[in-house]
Design a protein around this ligand. Sequence first.
Ligand code: HEC
Length: 123
Amino acid sequence: MRKLLVAGVMIAFGWVAFSLATNAEDAKPKYTIKEVMKSAHKAKLHEKVADGKATDAEKKQLVEFYTALAANKPPKGDEASWKEKTAALLAAAKDAEAGKEGAGAALKKAYNCAACHGAHKGS
Ligand code: HEC
């Protein structure tokens, strides 16, 4: 009986620790906007994925970058516009990862550097 109780308490603690950890992750995106710009866009990872030349690992990486991008707040501009642009990027990257037809074209349309910088880049 005692043992069961101890096990129960430990499981409960485990859950609390787990949910705290996931909450912290929600609050802080894995990469900053600048990190995504450097590691994905400057490195041309997005083009590789859009052109169908990326490996599965690279596609997965792009999905991770865009997941973080969508979770960030832009230094400038309207939040609804940021959500819309980053959601389009993420959806297209996920479709590319899943091998869906037309994903590359959708991705190319979504990663409009100038349009997003004009609306959301601080300086
Ligand atoms: C969804 C919006 C969005 C798209 C699309 C986008 N950017 Fe950016 N980019 C930003 C924002 C916002 C910043 C400013 C980040 C900051 O100041 O924290 C930025 C900054 C940058 C920087 C400067 C990073 C630094 O360290 O200061 C580079 C380089 C860059 N972007 C390249 C690109 C390229 C190349 C593309 C197109 C392939 C692109 N970006 C597409 C939003 C976007």
